[in-house]
Design a protein around this ligand. Structure first.
Ligand SMILES: [Cu+2]
Length: 279
C-alpha cells in the first residue's frame, strides 16, 4: 500500500510541471482549478448542491436509525395500526418538490450557459477516430491529426532525453490543439468511425462525437498553459490512448502558430500531416 502511494506521489509530482495549473496535488479532494468561465460555474454549482445532498443523506440516515431503534419489536411490542396520515403525505411530497425546484433553477441556468454561446469568435472541429483526434480550423484553413506521444514510463523518459522536455504519460500529444486565450471558441465534435467524446475537465466540457452528426459547445480559456483531456466514450481497444491536449497561448502567438502551420502545409516539409482545407 505504501509503495503504491509512493508511486502515485512520485508519478504526479513528476508530471506536475507540464500542467497549466501545476497538475494534480496530494490529498486533493475537489475539482481541478477551473480554466474557463463554464468550469467556474460548474464548481460554484457543485458547491451549492453538495451541502444539500449531504444534509439530505444525513437526515435520512438519522431518521432510519431512530426508527430502527425506537420502533423495533423489543422497544415497541404493540405496533400502531395507522395506515394513512394526510398531513405527513403532504409534507413529504411538498418539501422534496421545493428542494428540487431550488436546485433546478441554477442547474438550468448553467445548462444554457455552457451549452450555447451566440458570440463565439472562432470555430474548431474535433473529429474522433480510432484512436486519435483530428482537428480542423475552418476559419484559418488548417487541419491536422493529433496522436499520443508516449504510453509507458520508458517511452516518456526516452522522449524526455531526446527533447529535453518533460512529457506527460498518456496525455501529451504530438500536435496539441492551439487556441488563443480570452476568445470564445466554438467546438464542433463529430467522429469518423464509432462514437467518441471530446472532454477537457478543466474546461467543464464534454461533448460526444457521433458519426454523421455535428454537435457543438463552446469554451473560453482564461489563462495560458496546457490543459489535458481524454476521449470519454468507450470506443475500442485503444480508447485510453487518444488524449486531448489544448495549448492556450496569447493571440499573437496563436497567429504566429497559424502562419507556421500554413507555411509548413504548403511547403509540405516539416509537418507531413498538415493539410490545407480548401477555403
Ligand atoms: Cu474514443
Amino acid at each position: 500500500m505504501k509503495k503504491f502511494f509512493l508511486f502515485f506521489t512520485a508519478f504526479f509530482s513528476a508530471l506536475g510541471s507540464a500542467f497549466a495549473d501545476g497538475g494534480p496535488k496530494e490529498w486533493q479532494m475537489n475539482f481541478r482549478p477551473a480554466a474557463t468561465p463554464t468550469m467556474e460555474k460548474v464548481v460554484a454549482f457543485h458547491n451549492f448542491v453538495n451541502p444539500i445532498i449531504i444534509a439530505i443523506a444525513l437526515f435520512v440516515i438519522a431518521l432510519m436509525t431512530y426508527i430502527a431503534i425506537r420502533f423495533s419489536a423489543k422497544n415497541n411490542p404493540k405496533p400502531t395500526k395507522t395506515t394513512h396520515n394526510t398531513t405527513l403525505e403532504i409534507i413529504w411530497t411538498v418539501i422534496p418538490v421545493l428542494i428540487l425546484v431550488v436546485i433546478s433553477v441554477p442547474a438550468f441556468k448553467l445548462l444554457y450557459f455552457s451549452h450555447y454561446n451566440p458570440n463565439t469568435e472562432m470555430t474548431i472541429k474535433a473529429i474522433g477516430n480510432q484512436w486519435y483526434w483530428s482537428y480542423e480550423y475552418p476559419d484559418h484553413g488548417i487541419a491536422f491529426d493529433s496522436n499520443m506521444l508516449c504510453g509507458t514510463k520508458e517511452e516518456c523518459d526516452e522522449l524526455d532525453k531526446e527533447t529535453g522536455k518533460k512529457h506527460v504519460r498518456l496525455l501529451d500529444v504530438d500536435e496539441p490543439v492551439v487556441v488563443p486565450v480570452n476568445k470564445k471558441i466554438k467546438i464542433i465534435s463529430t467522429a469518423s468511425d464509432v462514437i467518441h467524446s471530446f472532454a477537457v475537465p478543466a474546461f467543464g466540457i464534454k461533448i460526444d462525437g457521433v458519426p454523421g452528426r455535428a454537435q457543438d459547445t463552446w469554451f473560453e480559456v482564461i489563462n495560458e498553459g496546457t490543459y489535458y483531456g481524454q476521449c470519454s466514450e468507450l470506443c475500442g481497444m485503444l480508447h485510453g490512448f487518444m488524449p486531448i491536449a489544448v495549448k492556450a497561448v496569447s493571440e499573437d502567438k496563436f497567429n504566429e502558430w497559424v502562419q507556421n502551420k500554413k507555411a509548413a502545409a504548403s511547403n509540405n516539409l516539416e509537418f507531413k500531416k498538415v493539410e490545407i482545407i480548401n477555403n
